[in-house]
Design a protein around this ligand. Sequence first.
Ligand SMILES: [Cu+2]
Length: 105
Amino acid sequence: MVASGALSLGLLAFMPLPRGAEPQVYVIEIDKLAFGPAPAGLHVNDIVEWRNSDIFRHTATASDGSFDIDLPPSAKGQTVLRQPGVIDYACRFHPGMKGRLEVVP
Ligand SMILES: [Cu+2]
């Protein structure tokens, strides 16, 4: 048992994860009829998760059709960023609610 434990620790020490190899999860909180600030440093394959802390139902709906997430109160939903570029999104129920994701390779 001692030997296998030492082996596991040794493997971990030799497996650093370079940035970009491991997708990151970024949370955008929704409250008071507004999306929280856009996360900086979004990369392809990262995940954006919206959490609705509001008392209203919202959506996160991309203008390019790449995602359309229904978010009742207390719900959360995710999308995976599949390509670089700028994605504008809004809530289908409240057109004043807008957000923008900037994704780099
Ligand atoms: Cu809304």
